[in-house]
Design a protein around this ligand. Structure first.
Ligand code: TXA
Ligand code: MG
Length: 326
């Protein structure tokens, strides 16, 4: 099938082309280690407006700003600020030190927005906080290093299944964006863990992501036994219906019912599987690809086998529940 939006390999030439598009206020889909993002320059109000419109995203839903260094992040928030380091064995450390560790584990940090920060108002939806992320992907880093900080939501039409390949991006955004940088499937497969710095210096989890252990806390925060279980607080964009493959989804399925495309896990074999060995990390990597395949199949309905609420399984189940919400 011919596409309207060009896809180019994420080599030097591709990155150079992406930089020209961004410089001219255009929109580029690019890989991060979690999912593909749809990027615009964070300080370009017109480009950001085009981004909201290409995605069909409500204007009240803020965007994450992606940086390539601590220095870039310091323009958006007070990186020297000392933070009470919730669940951490390290004691009082600066926000910058905490961020370095958190970003290394695919987290996004929601922190106070610095006055006069170089960011279009639309990016933060007028909030006095900003979501900051430093992606662990050489292509994302190279583009940000060249273009400056980038506002980037997941590269899908608002409400639909997130993209882990260039093809997934085109499935909902072909003709609505200027370029796709293709670097193959992403490694983690689900969106970043979102942590918000509360007024008391502690961290709240707004969205489950890759950095989760059995207790539901980010692994790197070294949970201590007496700490209560974290209850998930909603980010503005965490709508109940989200990640939709466009067909009814039945969860905790042990066998296929009439008309269903069954996505298996472990002992539950289906038309395809998240992980035949029951590995949640592999399942996270495969989640959106299986949902995209199920959406393209002839079956009118989708069923998904149970996935354990362990580690990144917490993030998988969060996404599946929203995908299943009619
Ligand atoms: O892995 C990811 O996080 C990907 C890649 C591309 O970086 N991005 C991503 O963006 O998932 P998006 O827009 O699909 O989800 C970002 C979430 C939304 O739910 C949004 O409401 C929330 O982050 N968010 C952004 N800024 C916020 C803020 N200042 N306060 C609270 N939530 C915020
Ligand atoms: Mg999204």
């Amino acid at each position: 099938m011919a596409h309207k939006t060009p896809t180019v390999p994420a080599d030097r030439e591709g990155v150079a082309r992406a930089l020209r598009v961004l410089e001219n206020g255009g929109l580029v889909a690019l890989p991060t280690e979690t999912v593909y993002g749809l990027a615009a320059r964070a300080d370009d109000a017109e480009a950001v407006a085009r981004l909201f419109s290409a995605k069909g995203r409500p204007s009240f839903n803020p965007l994450i700003v992606h940086v390539a260094s601590l220095e870039q992040a310091a323009a958006f928030t007070d990186i020297e600020r000392r933070v009470a380091d919730w669940r951490s064995p390290h004691g009082e450390i600066s926000l910058g030190e905490f961020a370095t560790e958190a970003w290394g584990r695919s987290a996004t940090l929601v922190v106070p927005l610095r006055l006069g920060a170089p960011v279009a108002r639309e990016v933060t939806a007028g909030l006095d906080t900003i979501g900051l992320r430093l992606p662990n992907h050489p292509v994302a880093r190279a583009v940000i290093a060249g273009a400056g900080p980038l506002a980037a939501p997941s590269a899908n039409r608002s409400g639909f299944t997130s993209p882990t390949t260039a093809d997934h991006v085109l499935a909902t955004l072909d003709g609505r964006i200027d370029l796709v940088l293709d670097a193959g499937p992403t490694a983690a497969g689900v969106e970043s863990t979102i942590l918000k710095l509360r007024d008391d210096g502690r961290w709240a989890i707004l969205r489950a992501g890759p950095a989760f252990n059995e207790a539901g806390a980010p692994q790197f925060l070294a949970p201590s036994a007496e700490k209560s279980r974290q209850t998930t607080i909603e980010a503005p964009g965490q709508l109940a219906r989200h990640y939709s493959p466009g067909k009814p989804v039945r969860l905790n399925a042990h066998a296929r019912e009439d008309g269903e495309y069954l996505i298996g896990f472990g002992a539950v074999t289906g038309d395809a599987t998240l992980s035949a060995t029951g590995d949640v990390v592999e399942a996270a990597r495969n989640l959106y690809a299986r949902l995209h395949e199920a959406a393209r199949s002839d079956n009118p309905r989708i069923a998904v086998a149970p996935v354990p609420e362990q580690g990144v399984g917490i993030a998988i189940n969060d996404r599946l529940r929203r995908a299943a919400t009619p």
